[in-house]
Design a protein around this ligand. Structure first.
Ligand code: ATP
Ligand code: MG
Length: 189
């Protein structure tokens, strides 16, 4: 049975970038699973959607069902491999923030470590301005700061629910490699 680790952070904080660097540095093998991708695969298999855009349009109840199924399939993978899940602790919706890892997913995933990647709101702001293919999720640096606060609270709750370690790693501008090194050390410890 492998272990499950969860990497969370706002969109644009650099999770995918830092993970890619970390996997080059690590002497242990991990299966990296993007939760959104896994949800899309799950929903496709069940014939619910064809595209990522359709996934976002699902009604709340169906979406939660897919979220739960995706967690189950990650648990299946953890029988074979050590896992790192790339996901969001909080998801911003027009109705309010939704937990990315509600009780009925995170208890199933039973993570050893929850790692929260952090960067300055201004850095996240500028990192998300250039990308054409990225959703304009953030309205302003102030909006990002509020989102970060809620996401940290939700990540803490996930740690309390599961007894996982909660580690915060800073992804400084121009120093993704340094964050990757810290991530590898955290995973190893
Ligand atoms: P999402 O949740 O939307 O997938 P993410 O957290 O995976 O976002 P990335 O796609 O890894 O974020 O990074 C967002 C942008 O920030 C990319 O253009 C990336 O090259 C840049 N970036 C990541 N880390 C740093 C860093 N330390 N310094 C400067 N730019 C960075
Ligand atoms: Mg990413």
């Amino acid at each position: 049975m492998g272990e499950v680790n969860i990497l969370v952070g706002l969109s644009g904080v650099g999770k995918s970038t830092v993970l890619e660097e970390a996997m080059l540095l690590s002497d242990r093998d991990y299966e990296v699973i993007n939760y959104g991708d896994r949800m899309l695969e799950t929903a496709r298999e069940e014939g619910l959607v064809d595209s990522r855009d359709e996934l976002k349009e699902l009604d709340t109840e169906t979406s939660k069902k897919v979220q739960k199924e995706a967690a189950k399939s990650i648990v299946e993978d953890s029988r074979e491999n050590d896992i790192i899940v790339d996901t969001h602790a909080a998801i911003k919706t027009p109705y309010g923030y939704l937990p990315g890892l509600p009780k009925w997913t995170v208890e199933n995933l039973d993570p050893s470590k929850i790692i929260l990647l952090h960067a300055d709101a201004e850095a996240i702001w500028s990192r998300t301005q250039g990308d054409e293919d990225r959703d304009r999720e953030h309205d302003s640096p102030a909006d990002i700061r509020q989102y970060q606060k809620v996401a940290r609270e939700m990540a803490s709750t996930d740690a309390v629910l599961t007894g996982a370690y909660l580690k915060v790693i800073e992804n400084r501008e121009g120093h993704a490699q340094e964050a990757a090194k810290k991530l590898v050390e955290t995973l190893r410890g």
